[in-house]
Each structure stands twice: as C-alpha cells, then as structure tokens.
Design a protein around this ligand. Structure first.
Ligand code: ZN
Length: 437
C-alpha cells in the first residue's frame, strides 16, 4: 500500500512538468470523480450535495464538495501549492554566442539549488498564448524529449567549484539549445511547430525548464522516492485523493492548490489573493446564506495547510533542532514557529493530533533551530484574506528545492489516510477554544 500510493504520486508528478500541467491533471481527476467545472466569469448554480471546482489563471485550483444536510455549515479545507522553483524563459528567448552556440535566455523562478540543474537533460513546459481567428487561447505545451542542458565548467577551468562557488544566474545557468544548426527564430519556430500553429500567432508564453530525469523508488529496502517537484505536488496529489474518497454531509470540504508560493504568493492566483475568499463567498451566497452566516461558518472552519517539510539530513543533523526534527517514513510533520511563520498553534495542533491518532497515522513535530530563519508557507498568507483555524503540516523530505528531491516511501500513504480522516470528521467548533469531534 505504501509503494502503491507513492507510485501514484510519482506518476502524477511525472506528467505534471509545470504548474499549468499540475492544475490540468488535478482538474482531470476531479472531472473523472464527477466534479463539475465552474468558470469564475460565469454565474454559479451551486447546490447542496453538489461537487464542483474552479481554476484561476490555469495554475491555481479550488474544488469543493457540499454536504447534503449542512447541519453544521462550515468549511474544512486543505491547501497546497502547484509551483516549484525553476528557470523561466525570457520573452526574448535566444542568445547567440561564440562559434554558433544558441542558448536560451532564462531567469530564476523561486529559490532553487542551482548546482542540481547542471549536466542533466532538461526540457520545456508551460503554456503558450495562441491567436485563433479573433481569439487568443492558452495552450498547454510540454516537450517530451531531451531538449536542453546546462553544462558545468570543467574542474580544470574552475578549480574553486568545490569550495563554495557562487553561481551567477545571468552567466552560469543558461541552457544550451543548439550547436549552430538552427536558423533564425529557432525557439519560437520550435514552439509553433510543436503546437501546429503559425509562429506569428504566438502572442505570449510562460515556459519553464524542467528536469527530464524520471522519478525513482530506491534504497536498500526501497525506502525512498525521488523526483522533481515533490515540494509540493506530493501534498497536492495526496490531499486531492483524500478529498475524493471522503464525505461530510454536514459541512463543505474544500481542496485548494495555489500557484506562486515559491515567489511570495502575491499574485492574482496566489495564496495571498482573493481567490479562496471569492470562492467561499460565492458558495455562501449561492446556497442562500447571508453575510452573518458566512462569518459564523468561517469561525467554525479549519484549514490544513500542506507543504513539504525538512527531514534530518544524514550528513548534517546539526542543521535541525535537537528534538523538534523529523525523519522520512515516520509520519506527517506538524510545523511550529513561535513567530507564526507557520500558523500551527496549540488548538490547531491538538485537533490535528486527535484526527491522526484516530486514523492510526504517526505524526512528528518540527521547529527550526532558534538561530536559523526557516521558510514560510501557505497558511499564514491565505489567513490574511480568510482567517481561520489552521495547522501547518507537510511530508518530510531531503534536498528541498533541488531539481531532484527525496522523500520517504511511506509518508504519502500516511498523508492520504490522515487527510481522509480529516475530511470525514465533522468538526464542531463551538468556540475558539472548544472543538467537538
Ligand atoms: Zn513548498
């Protein structure tokens, strides 16, 4: 069962080389499960007992499953993110250099481990905006072949590379595209050819590099999984799977997955945007509830913010707190931060711990070393627009933001089990310090 769930996760990630593909594939799973797609621009006809989803920018998605009775009208939500650090192709995409080399002109997206992007086959994925008659349409595009590579400088020419070398994204990280066989406008022509359109009809694009190395299950006893984009597609897939197999007839279960977490979430579709609030308010009014009902529902709601966490590194155990540290295959990580970079507090951790205990899922606790500043995540950001009880959790992994990350074989299964139990539990929050299960 551990391996089976991990395989599902890895297959999902493998066919989701960009955030646009991830959201497309999440939407496909929702459609297969009978969810109806709603467009934000249309008027919504949302009813009790219904299952729906909507997307924003093609890169963020929110799905919800409305109970038949709604005797305890409130929302139980999970959130995750669809984006991962990468390199984005600049609008003027080509760089010609000495000897006829053609490179792609890229810039960093998010905080990646640069060294992991060298000397491995890379390709391109994202979306292209194409003119069709009097319309401009977004088309998904992923090249399913080895197209690019960022070559290292030989050790003989850069003796300092193993002594803490600083990579310059404008100089060191540019991928090689052609040795000189290509004609003019090769990059745009390649996009046009792949899409079967005229190059002049390509009006815009959001194209990113992706690592071609396939996901792997490995280790002496197959205890590990490795893949690109485990952060955070491992959580996106497992939280959706949990929602699809659960039911709460007295409340509304919500799955959300946001773009742009890696660059601060401040976009129209990010966790800081109005997207979640807009969707919840529209559900509220479609069901005939007023503003007072909305505020009451939010006060009774609970979010599980799911974003991967750091496992203890085998070579560097000193990088983590002595006790509040976590290991792969030992369960879900509940993240704490006194300064509330993680939203977990006594109440939300108690609720989550109770759910996991009932579901027989192990949990572990994480806090950064007190002399180290950690990353932040989704919970405290979405809270700015929709403020509710939130616990920040994740799955333990190594090499976060590498082009090839590593996690435990068991933990995806634990996540599905815990979140299924969460979605199946009708939480009754009667006051901010009393919650009934
Ligand atoms: Zn993340």
């Amino acid at each position: 069962m551990f391996k089976e769930t991990s395989r599902e996760v890895l297959d999902f990630i493998h066919k989701s080389p960009s955030c646009f593909h991830a959201v497309y594939n999440l939407a496909q799973l929702l459609k297969e499960a009978g969810y109806t797609e709603l467009k934000e621009c249309d008027s919504w006809n949302v009813k009790k007992g219904g299952r729906y989803f909507t997307t924003r920018n093609g890169s963020s998605i929110i799905a919800f499953n409305i109970g038949n009775k709604l005797d305890n009208y409130h929302f139980q939500l999970t959130s995750s993110h669809s984006d991962s650090p990468s390199f984005k192709v600049k609008e003027k995409a080509e760089l010609k250099s000495k000897g006829g080399y053609l490179q792609l002109n890229t810039e960093g997206y998010g905080g990646m481990l640069c060294a992991t992007w060298f000397d491995r086959p890379l390709s391109l994925a994202g979306r292209v905006l194409v003119r069709e008659g009097n319309k401009v349409k977004s088309r998904l595009l992923a090249f399913d072949r080895d197209l690019l590579l960022i070559p290292n400088v030989a050790i003989h020419m850069n003796r300092a590379v193993n002594d803490g070398f600083a990579y310059n994204k404008q100089v060191d990280m540019l991928p090689l595209f052609s040795a000189g066989e290509c004609g003019e406008n090769a990059y745009r022509n390649l996009l046009a050819e792949e899409l079967g359109v005229d190059e002049k009809d390509i009006l815009g694009s959001d194209m990113y590099l992706y690592n071609r190395v396939a996901p792997s299950i490995w280790g002496a006893k197959e205890e590990f999984i490795s893949s690109s984009r485990l952060d955070d597609l491992q959580c996106a897939y497992t939280s959706l799977k949990a929602m699809l197999q659960s039911e709460n007839e007295n409340g509304i279960n919500v799955f959300s997955c946001f773009d742009n977490e890696e660059v601060g979430s401040g976009t129209k579709q990010g966790a800081c945007s109005t997207f979640l609030r807009d969707v919840l308010q529209r559900i509220n009014s479609c069901l005939g509830f007023g503003e007072e009902d909305y505020c009451r529902a939010i006060a009774k709601s609970f979010m599980v913010s799911c974003d991967n966490a750091h496992a203890v590194h085998p070579n560097h155990p000193e990088k983590t707190d002595a006790e509040n540290c976590t290991y792969m295959n030992k369960g879900i990580v509940v993240k704490f931060s006194a300064n509330q970079k993680y939203t977990t507090d006594g109440i939300s951790s108690a609720v989550f711990a109770n759910i996991c205990e009932k579901a027989n899922v192990p949990i572990q606790f994480f806090a950064n070393r007190s002399d180290m500043v950690g990353g932040s995540t989704l919970g405290n950001l979405s809270s700015q627009k929709v403020s509710l009880h939130t616990v920040d959790i994740g799955l333990p992994q190594l090499a976060m933001h590498s082009a090839y990350e590593t996690a435990g074989i068991k933990d995806s299964y634990y996540m599905v089990e815990a979140l299924t139990a969460f979605y199946n539990t009708d939480l009754k929050i009667t006051d901010s310090d009393e919650i009934e299960f």
